[in-house]
Design a protein around this ligand. Structure first.
Ligand code: ZN
Length: 169
């Protein structure tokens, strides 16, 4: 006798739609989830990814959050830009970007190179939006780096839009 519990797609009987965060159900006996607004998402048991059939976008999940997987440098650059904007309006400024190692080849040619100071043999350090860039540890050492795209180091900056934001809360 078949255990129906094992028939669900890899992410279980329901997920949150990566686009609108509505809880959406799995269609019985398929690998597909259906959002009324965004259409079908198919889970791939081999890659552990969720694929939006209409757009071809891929996501991986870490601690109940979906992380879009980028195939073009503009995608990840845009996402980092949005996160920097968000930090700025929260009264922080970023001091460093750490990008997942799996994107190293994808983004490397797009990163700005700072010219080394004359006479110094320092290797050129890549920058993005003026911030120093580093690449993440190997996902074998820290598995979240197989899923998440980047992280920002931050420090309190001048509050911009919220004058009563308390820096040290
Ligand atoms: Zn949706």
């Amino acid at each position: 006798m078949t255990n129906l519990g094992l028939q669900y797609p890899i992410f279980g009987p329901e997920i949150q739609c990566p686009h609108c965060r509505q809880t959406i159900p799995a269609l019985t006996l398929t690998d597909t989830y259906l959002c009324q607004r965004h259409g079908a998402f198919e889970s791939d048991p081999k890659t552990g990814e969720l694929v939006h059939l209409q757009s071809g976008r891929h996501w991986r999940r870490w601690e109940n959050e979906w992380y879009r997987q980028h195939t073009h440098p503009d995608g990840i650059r845009f996402e980092i830009h949005e996160a920097l904007d968000r930090l700025y309006t929260q009264g922080y400024r970023a001091t460093r970007v750490i990008i997942a190692r799996r994107y190293q080849d994808l983004v490397s040619t797009y990163l700005e190179r700072s010219t080394p100071w004359r006479g110094q043999s320092d290797t050129q350090r890549p920058r993005l939006y003026g911030l120093p860039v580093e690449f993440s540890p190997d996902p074998k050492d820290d598995p979240c780096w197989d899923v998440i795209n980047f992280d920002l180091d931050k420090e309190p900056g001048a509050p911009v839009q919220y004058p009563y934001f308390r820096l040290f809360e």
